[in-house]
Design a protein around this ligand. Structure first.
Ligand SMILES: *Cc1c(COP(=O)(O)O)cnc(C)c1O
Length: 398
């Protein structure tokens, strides 16, 4: 049933109409199948080049089984926030296992990576303090920073020299300081120069924090993340991660210095005021850690797929930008072209998102392909064939 629109809500309809007219309205597609290399989307079977399911764990039998068994034993919901009655044995075990996996002192979980940033940043800095933040950091870092009420100073993307200049100029005017960067940047697939950022930051009495959402389960030995990738163990104070991408479930984690983790158990607001991760999520994440510790096969396959797909796309004549990770942007320029490309790919049975302004700068629209260990070689070949066909028909390649 719909009612007439009350006048006080007319402005919302006006704004929505503007989005529709400018082609920026998000049409949300609905999945009718589990996550995997292939999806049923809006009734059509398509090759999945969109999801963050890097290792294919979202529907992995071991994770599914672990979730089922945990439900039999512990039920479904946590019933409370972690600090009252919501901390179950499973949560404690997951935190211990994640800390060991990453080779750090301690870890704390949140309900999502987004919440991990919202909880961590305001616990570490406040009024009179300062945050030095990469200009392309994720929305959850931006929101967490704003909530903290600390001064935010943006430095140029992945530029440790600019960071140093900003630290030199501003650090002394504030009390506590935080330097924060994404590990892998989700739109370009480039990696923060964390080694250089560490070298600069260590001279300025600042906490160093990296958000490794797209590096967890992807970078480093067996997917241990960006700190392992750069061999910076013990040097980065805190790593935020998500259990919603490579780990295939949902949840967030903050791992690193034990004193900071202890402080977050006292002051991380989503930990204190929002209910804990659910039983099946927590149990499935434990199974994901088991899999990652047992073997590097899935991580190896992810990288093998990535090398193959990127190499073949370059051979076809596509521009895959600056990426050094499984995130593969296909640079197209104009947003209209990217949208048309994505539409035609979908007609060919390939689901790959067009991304345009304001998510990326004007004139830098692209299709973003997310490679996964769930893909088999013939899946990638099918995708390449569709890209070649659409690319030729739109005059993007010869
Ligand atoms: C995806 C992402 C998040 C959010 O993680 P969720 O677990 O989905 O809430 C946070 N930070 C970065 C850099 C991300 O890419």
């Amino acid at each position: 049933m719909t009612h007439d629109l009350p006048p006080k809500l007319q402005w919302i309809e006006d704004e929505l109409q503007k989005l529709r007219e400018s082609g920026l309205y998000t049409h949300i597609r609905t999945l009718e199948s589990p996550q995997g290399a292939w999806l049923v989307v809006d009734g059509k079977k398509v090759l999945n080049f969109c999801s963050n399911n890097y290792l294919g764990l979202a529907n992995h039998p071991r994770l599914v089984q672990a979730a089922k068994e945990a439900i039999e034993k512990y039920g479904v919901g946590p019933g409370a926030v972690r600090t009252i009655a919501g901390t179950m044995k499973l949560h404690v075990e997951l935190e211990k296992r994640l800390a060991a996996f990453k080779g750090v002192e301690d870890a704390i979980t949140f309900q999502s990576g987004f919440n991990a940033n919202l909880g961590t940043i305001p616990a570490l800095v406040g009024r009179g303090d300062v945050i030095f933040s990469d200009e392309l950091n994720h929305a959850s870092i931006i929101d967490g920073s704003r909530l903290s009420r600390a001064q935010i100073i943006r430095y140029e993307h992945c530029n440790a020299e600019d960071l140093e200049a900003k630290l030199k100029e501003h650090r002394h005017q504030y009390n506590h300081a935080l330097v924060v960067t994404d590990g892998v940047f989700s739109m370009d697939g480039d990696i923060a120069p964390l080694d250089k950022i560490y070298e600069v930051t260590k001279n300025y009495d600042a906490i160093l924090m990296v958000d490794d959402a797209h590096g967890e389960g992807v970078l480093g030995r067996g997917g241990r993340g960006i700190v392992d990738h750069f061999n910076l163990h013990g040097k980065v104070d805190i790593e935020v991660g998500t259990l919603s991408k490579a780990f295939g479930v949902v949840g967030g984690v903050v791992a690193g210095n034990a004193k900071i983790v202890e402080w977050l158990r006292q002051r991380g607001r989503p930990f204190l005021f929002s209910s804990a991760m659910t039983v099946p999520d927590t149990a499935a994440c434990l199974a994901a850690v088991d899999l990652l510790e047992e073997s590097t096969d899935l991580v190896d396959k992810l990288w093998e797929n990535t090398r193959y797909f990127k190499g073949e796309m370059k051979n076809l004549g596509f521009d895959t930008g600056q990426s050094v990770t499984p995130i593969t942007p296909i640079m197209l320029g104009e947003a209209k072209l990217a949208q048309e490309f994505s539409r035609r790919l979908f007609d060919e049975g390939v689901f790959a998102m067009a991304i345009g302004y304001p998510t990326v700068p004007k004139g830098k629209a692209r299709i973003r392909v997310m490679i996964s260990a769930a893909h088999e070689r013939e899946d990638l070949d099918k995708g390449l064939e569709a890209f070649a066909k659409v690319g030729r028909s739109l005059g993007v390649i010869k």
